[in-house]
Design a protein. Structure first.
Length: 294
């Protein structure tokens, strides 16, 4: 369900001429003062401009009762070209290298803008349909409690990886995958999630929804995409259990790729990834607590 208002090329309606020409991350708006400081980063991936629309609208309408809200456009060069990145995936290269060209330098600048924030939310959208979910990268209770504030049912825990994301370098950071690029439902979820967090932190207004029931998933693997063209079967959906032996995708209109074990697919069919999907298992909140010392 695409809303034409948010299709690519509308950035000129959102950003000023000056902002359009930024080569570095920049603060689109900063509201309020003092603590807590909450940073929201958008367009980490340049083909995800919906987040910019969301923070632009929030910046115009929100009134803070306390604290600071810093609204950031992370990767303007990629955003203006409508591409995911210029030289490398910005969210795989943190902490970056100050002074370097491309995303390495951009990463270092982003950290300058978020390093003093108490809470950071990194907004993303996807190329394949999925319901929205929150991502927490580290195993500590504080981040899980923060993740729960967004009022989004599904929370995905990502184990420590070789490459670092922005949220690995901030005081308390989560990612939110809102769903399909430029879709109305992703826009609505982004507005609600950020308002929920601000409400729970006592920074602005009241939270919109009280989603106390959460499902927790932990990433444990992936299914690599073969070089031949594949088609994900219409029977498979993100966060819906796939049983061992079940077919997931068809290769070259012939062979089927089948599940080697039970799992919940995440990022199924995501074009930005070299995988058919990532594999997650469902865990309890108690199991997250047990992981906090890892
Ligand atoms: Zn992204």
């Amino acid at each position: 369900m695409l809303n034409p208002e948010y299709t690519t090329g509308q950035l000129k309606n959102i950003l000023s001429e000056e902002n359009l020409n930024h080569e570095r991350p920049f603060v689109l708006a900063e509201l309020g003062r003092g603590s807590p400081v909450i940073a929201v980063t958008t367009a980490t991936h340049g083909d995800e401009e919906l987040g910019v629309k969301i923070i632009s609208d929030l910046g115009k309408t929100l009134h803070l009762q306390r604290g600071t809200l810093r609204l950031i456009v992370a990767n303007p060069p990629a955003l203006m070209r409508g591409v995911r990145f210029i030289t490398e995936d910005l969210n795989r290269g943190y902490p970056g290298i100050s002074g370097k060209q491309g995303e390495a330098g951009i990463a270092a600048h982003v950290l300058e803008l978020v390093k003093d924030s108490d809470f950071t939310i990194d907004i993303h959208t996807t190329s394949a349909p999925t319901e929205g979910f929150v991502i927490a990268n580290e195993r500590n209770g504080k981040k899980i409690e923060f993740a729960e504030m967004a009022g989004i049912n599904k929370i995905l825990l990502i184990p420590r990886q070789k490459k670092y994301a922005m949220i690995d370098f901030v005081n308390c950071g989560i990612g939110i995958e809102l769903g399909l690029h430029n879709s109305q439902y992703a826009y609505d979820l982004g507005m609600v999630a950020i308002k929920n967090v601000l409400g729970k932190l006592g920074v602005a207004g009241e939270q919109i929804s009280e989603e106390d029931r959460h499902e927790y998933y932990k990433l444990f693997g992936s299914i690599v995409r073969p070089s031949s063209p594949i088609e994900v079967l219409s029977t498979c959906h993100n966060f819906q259990l796939i049983h061992k032996g079940e077919a997931i995708a068809q290769v070259d209109r012939e062979d089927f790729i089948k599940a080697e074990e039970d799992f919940y697919p995440v990022f199924l069919g995501e074009k930005a990834y070299a995988t058919i999907c990532l594999k997650a298992k469902k865990i309890s909140r108690e199991e997250i607590g047990g992981l906090s010392t890892v």
